[in-house]
Write a protein that binds this ligand. Structure first.
Ligand code: F6R
Length: 598
């Protein structure tokens, strides 16, 4: 149950467990959040057990009901329990085959098909491992499947195809999880399971084999997350805690990567040939959602500092439009989880076309990290709240490091310039702390705005992705319609939305930036049409308060680095507004943290 709680952010439509207790399979499953399952187990207790599987669901096939919750049982006497993450694409033909043979189904899920097939195969052969292997070879699509069977009270079988699976190695006990957060409180030793592999897990040991039966040698890694990072630690929500964690997340991402002269080193990208890296003539960032906004910031920073053309693509759009890639194209895939299927599909496609892939990833052992030519880890620690906060500021930090690393290698800037920027980066954690300590006004205003129907966000240059992120946070947490615009685009259409008292949040560039007066003009244009303006401005910006009803100040920094600071009031604004509406900020409706389906 502890493991499930740590993974609940991956899906929370329903949850269930099966254990083998006193020689018998016992299953409890419930629609809704994990708390419903906890209550059900309290009402119908299960005797102690030493083996079990558990699942939290984000519904694909079949509504989130008790029946559709996992585990699913298989076989004539329901001795087998199965959990599944992913989609079995050929489930309808397999289901028909089972229906024709007289099998009856208890749920509408694709997953139950696998439970019956394995059970049936085992009843015929009496060999569970080979029955399991046979069936997983028949399944198409994306899946991680785990199975236990009453006849084998010390065995868990697992198979992985296009969905995440990690093994935790303990002392006389072993674990499986969709990510390491599930078991980090028990062990720091882990193995990431490869594509098309089967795990035979017992308390005494672990064997891995391919779907074709060949033995697989595995490599252990050490988890550097601290188990306590994945608990609320006294905060009202994971989101509140993770927002507060940001100085540490940024500092840890910088740690060991900038030397005393302010020069950036990234030893971890030696998976990419240095010459090749310097020969790249184009970078395409692929990512989704919030991570794609870190990608937008990468575009500004890499183009400005390293002088390499960058485009940013939503991973799901990129994959299906036949993009032109060459061996000199570098794909930078940004993902907190490293399991977002859209991003994985985009990078796989790019690799097939001969491009090199570098990942910026927060989760050790994740599929993206395994499959990329090089990985720059963000060290934000586990992010449990569904809405991304500290992972984003850590991603931005990694992006600046990458931009400066490339600029250093390609000599696109002088050493003193590079050093000055490197030193500026090192000041960010303290500045993030400063922002976090002066957010009362943001909280007060958020509480007053809980009735708002729509909020607009404006920004220019790196302020534009920040505006998009502000809007996304408000939509996903407070269920309020919000849109982020490039401030210059307003007069090309969206200004028609402005009416009396329309709240507009504007991210102002530094007064030292040539864009500052232009954004001030944009503010005047919308104010003339009745908008109520809230500005995020640099400390000492005298113009901001002349035109905006409210100004939230952040410390001065290099303008390209400012998003790490300006995004924080927007995170807090969305969270406090959602709190004021009585919503669950950690688990907003309809969402799942790791989107492992396309
Ligand atoms: C929004 C949010 C999502 C993720 C997106 C990508 O707050 O968290 O938009 O950023 O689903 O997820 P990762 O980074 O895991 O690939």
């Amino acid at each position: 149950m502890g493991g499930l709680r740590r993974l609940e952010y991956r899906g929370y439509d329903s949850a269930g467990i099966s254990v083998i207790s006193q020689g018998q399979l016992a299953t409890r499953k419930k629609a809704g959040k994990l708390e419903n399952l906890v209550a059900d187990i309290k009402a119908h207790p299960i005797a102690d057990s030493r083996i079990g599987i558990g699942h939290t669901r984000w519904a694909t096939h079949g509504a989130p009901t008790d029946q559709n919750a996992h585990p699913h049982l298989g076989g004539q006497s329901s001795k087998l329990a199965l959990i599944h993450n992913g989609i079995i694409e050929n489930f309808s033909e397999l289901k028909q085959e089972l229906l024709d043979a007289g099998t009856s189904f208890a749920s509408e899920t694709d997953s139950e098909v696998a439970a019956h097939l394995i059970a049936k195969e085992y009843e015929a052969s009496k060999d569970l491992v080979s029955a399991f292997g046979k069936v997983v070879n028949r399944l198409h699509g994306a899946f991680t499947i785990l199975v236990i069977h009453e006849d084998f009270p010390d065995l868990i079988l697992a198979a992985r195809k296009n969905a995440p699976l990690v093994i935790g190695i303990g002392e006389g006990e072993n674990f499986l999880g969709s990510d390491v957060a599930a078991f980090v409180e028990h062990t720091k030793r882990a193995i990431s399971v490869g594509q098309d592999e089967i795990v035979i897990l017992r308390p005494s040991g672990v064997e891995i084999q391919g779907f074709d039966g060949h033995k697989v040698d595995s490599k252990e890694f050490t988890i550097d997350w601290d188990a306590s990072q994945a608990s609320k630690g006294g905060w009202p929500s994971f989101m509140a805690k993770e927002i507060a964690d940001q100085p540490q997340a940024v500092a840890d991402t910088l740690m060991g990567r900038i030397n005393s002269e302010g020069m950036v080193t990234l030893p971890e990208i030696d998976g990419l040939d240095a010459k090749q890296l310097m020969a790249i003539d184009r970078i395409i960032v692929v990512a989704c959602g919030t991570a794609s906004y870190a990608g937008e910031i990468a575009k500004y920073a890499i183009e400005k500092w390293a002088k390499i053309p960058v485009s940013v693509e939503l991973a799901h759009e990129f994959r299906y439009r036949d993009p032109i890639l060459t061996p000199n194209t570098l794909i930078v895939a940004i993902s907190q989880s490293g399991e977002t299927m859209d991003t994985l599909m985009a990078t796989r496609y790019a690799k097939e076309q001969g491009a090199k892939v570098m990942a910026i990833c927060n989760t050790q052992g994740a599929t993206l990290a395994r499959e990329s030519d090089a990985v720059v880890y963000t060290h934000a620690g586990p992010e449990v709240a569904v809405a991304s906060t500290k992972a984003l500021t850590a991603q931005m930090t990694a992006v600046y490091l990458l931009a400066l690393f490339l600029a250093t290698g390609r000599k696109s800037m002088s050493a003193p310039e590079l050093s000055q920027l490197g030193k500026e980066l090192l000041k960010l954690p303290a500045k993030v702390t400063e922002v976090l300590s002066s957010l009362e006004q943001v909280t007060d205003l958020a509480k007053k705005m809980s009735k708002a129907k729509t909020v607009l966000f404006l920004g220019r240059n790196v302020g534009f992705p920040v505006a998009m992120e502000g809007a996304l946070k408000l939509k996903e947490l407070a269920y309020i319609h919000a849109e982020g615009f490039a401030a210059g685009e307003l007069k090309h259409g969206p200004i028609a939305l402005i009416e009396q008292d329309q709240p507009v949040i504007v991210i102002l560039p530094s007064p030292s930036d040539p864009l500052h007066p232009k954004v001030i003009s944009n503010i005047q244009e919308i104010k003339a049409r009745g908008a109520t303006v809230i500005a995020i401005a640099e400390v000492g910006d005298k113009e901001a308060s002349k035109y905006a009803e409210n100004v939230w100040y952040v410390p001065a920094t290099n303008w390209l680095m400012a998003p790490v600071l300006t995004v924080i009031p927007l995170q807090v604004f969305a969270m406090e507004l959602a709190n004021a509406k009585g919503l669950d900020v950690d688990q907003p409706r309809n969402l799942a943290k790791s989107v492992t389906v396309e």
